[in-house]
Design a protein around this ligand. Structure first.
Ligand SMILES: [Zn+2]
Length: 215
């Protein structure tokens, strides 16, 4: 039973890898955003407290996030956990260590999917899709065989997602750095950080993560 923290900016493929680990290894992804919404919807004691705070427009405290993770860890006793979006501060990292220790568990690895920012911008801003059937294309990697005509359905209408622009990608990268910078030194000092090239193919990234987990 392994417990890992998975780090990576939007577009690094973190969601894909987490979903794969859940399916192939039975691990459970503990994403704080999803967990908060689920706890509020289920009306758990922590969820009711969090709901009242959010309704006042305030930020949910570290103590509540920790309690929420504790609730979910108790449900996920037999399977390993993938922490996503938590911890975000050194204080939260200490809280997580305590939560795991109280349950006779520990954090095994902090896996960071590293990206090259310029390459990430190129990948994301080049994406577009068929407006009719949704087939994915890319300016650099996968243009339709006949210019302006969808390979799959023959439509000549294409669309781009509004967030797939350079400014948004760079803003998200900056947010990611700001959130991970406070915790990486904490985990580096404990020798837990393993870095994986997030720009490799999905299968290569999967193989690199599996090598760490099985190593
Ligand atoms: Zn199409």
């Amino acid at each position: 039973m392994l417990n890992i923290v998975l780090l990576g900016p939007p577009g690094a493929g973190k969601g894909t890898q987490a979903a794969r680990l859940e399916k192939q290894r039975g691990m459970i992804q503990l994403s704080t955003g999803d967990m908060l919404r689920a706890a509020v919807a289920a009306g758990t004691p922590v969820g009711r407290k969090a709901k009242a705070i959010m309704e006042r427009g305030e930020l949910v405290s570290d103590a509540i996030v920790s309690a929420l993770i504790g609730e979910r860890l108790d449900e996920a006793v037999e399977s390993g956990a993938i922490f996503d979006g938590f911890p975000r501060t050194g204080h939260q990292a200490e809280a997580l260590e305590l939560l795991l220790a109280q349950r006779g568990r520990k954090l095994d690895h902090v896996i960071e999917l590293e990206v090259d920012e310029d390459e990430l911008v190129r990948r994301i801003t080049g994406r577009f899709s068929c407006a009719s059937c949704g087939a994915p294309y890319h300016d650099d990697f996968k243009l339709p065989k006949v210019a302006g005509v969808c390979d799959i359905c023959g439509s000549t209408e294409f669309k781009r997602r509004p967030d797939d622009n350079e400014e948004t990608v760079r803003t998200r990268m900056a947010e990611y750095r700001a959130k991970t910078q406070p915790i990486l030194p904490y985990y580096d000092a404990r020798g837990l950080v393993r870095r994986v090239d997030g720009m490799a193919s999905v299968d290569e990234v999967a193989a690199a993560i599996d090598a760490i987990l099985d190593g």
